[in-house]
Design a protein around this ligand. Structure first.
Ligand SMILES: [Zn+2]
Length: 378
């Protein structure tokens, strides 16, 4: 059945813009629910699929599978949560230069629109293909109550997971760095700041240790340099993201202080190696507690997906490494191949985040061709 690209384009734009309007952030559970409802309204009219809603710790997930299928050959996987913007009127969209601009347009409401349209198209073609969709709502805060829950607790499985949340149209991600979010806490003894000899300054202990930890990550350190690849930023990084003390008085020595580090590391290091290395730099009494920990992931790309990408775009596909982590790691941990590429996007997590419309149409066709090929088994 021929696909009318003009109509497809219009539908993708419309649905993406409808989705961008919804402020489906972490602190708005009602809006996340409304966003699920919008997706359901569109999926409800697809013949032959059954929709299931699941929930973990207040985070909903949607799974739509062909009737009678528990483990689809291809599973399209996305998230509807977006990052919070404090400014009023942030959640709106605009079409400019062939792009849709708006919060979440590229991460990943535009991609959700593509996946929904693809499910509709497959329903219309009525070939009974084994393709489903899973949508979660906590990717931006780690995926524990989303994909991790679905894969590890509800036993969701599939032949191949398509996750359009990394890479680019012809850049398919094959490796992702490991993640360690680490909370460091120093304890001291409070005293009047005019008589510092009477106290122990927790904040000063902490900042000294942080400098030592940071230095151990700098370029060329023996621990990491062997595996650095600067062309793709393939090296371990350590970023201080938060620092705080309960102290509220300018003339008091703080008795405790906490910092959070976001560490991205490359193999062969494991989360445990990194943690051991960091603890070796800490003063006595400074605790390091992991908040999030994920090993580096190797995502084996399916040859058929690479082939379809090249056919549709007419360009050679590159297999790349990525600094960011995705929900793909949870599938990967179960030995499920993950296909991680996406339409052209930019300014992710900004108010002027965008997705390129032509590349949305191309990505739709890549996935459509891929599903036809994988599920018809020729
Ligand atoms: Zn995302």
């Amino acid at each position: 059945m021929a696909i009318d690209n003009t109509r497809l384009r219009e539908r993708l734009i419309q649905l993406t813009r409808d989705l961008v309007l919804i402020e489906s952030t972490d602190d708005c559970p009602e809006e996340r629910r409304r966003c699920f409802q919008l997706l359901r309204n569109h999926l409800d009219e697809v013949p032959g699929i059954s929709i299931q809603m699941l929930e973990k710790n207040g985070y909903e997930s949607l799974i739509a599978l062909p009737e009678g299928v528990e483990e689809p050959i291809v599973l399209l996987c996305g998230h509807l949560d977006v990052v919070h913007h404090p400014e009023a009127d942030s959640y709106r969209s605009e079409i400019r230069d062939g792009r849709i601009y708006g919060p979440g347009a590229g991460d990943m409401k535009g991609q959700l629109a593509i996946m929904i349209e693809l499910m509709r198209q497959l329903g219309r073609e009525n070939l009974g293909l084994s393709c489903g969709i899973a949508v979660t709502s906590d990717e931006e805060r780690g995926g524990e109550n989303g994909v991790k829950f679905l894969v590890e607790e509800t036993g969701l499985r599939c032949g191949f997971a398509v996750i359009p949340d990394g890479g680019a149209l012809t850049n398919i991600i094959v490796e992702e760095k490991g993640i360690l979010h680490l909370s460091l806490t120093a304890k001291g003894v409070s005293a009047h700041a005019a008589r510092p000899w009477l106290g122990v300054n927790a904040l000063e202990i902490l900042t000294r240790d942080l400098a030592k930890v940071k230095a151990s990550f700098s370029e060329g350190t023996p621990e990491f340099s062997e595996f650095e690849d600067h062309s793709s930023h393939w090296f371990s990084t350590c970023t201080l993201t938060m620092i705080s003390t309960p102290n509220d008085s300018p003339n008091r020595i703080p008795e405790s202080a906490t910092a959070v580090l976001d560490i991205r590391f490359v193999p062969p290091a494991t989360a445990e190696d990194v943690l051991r290395e960091i603890r070796a730099h800490l003063s006595e009494g400074v605790d390091a507690i992991p908040i999030v920990s994920a090993e580096p992931t190797h995502l084996a790309p399916d040859e058929t997906f690479v082939e379809k990408t090249e056919e549709v775009t007419g360009s050679k596909a590159s297999l790349l490494r990525a600094s960011g982590g995705s929900d793909g790691r949870f599938f990967s941990a179960q030995g499920i191949p993950v296909l991680l590429s996406r339409p052209a996007v930019g300014n992710l997590h900004g108010r002027d985040e965008w997705i390129d419309i032509d590349s949305m149409v191309s990505y739709f066709h890549i996935c459509h061709e891929y599903v036809l090929k994988k599920c018809q088994g020729d």
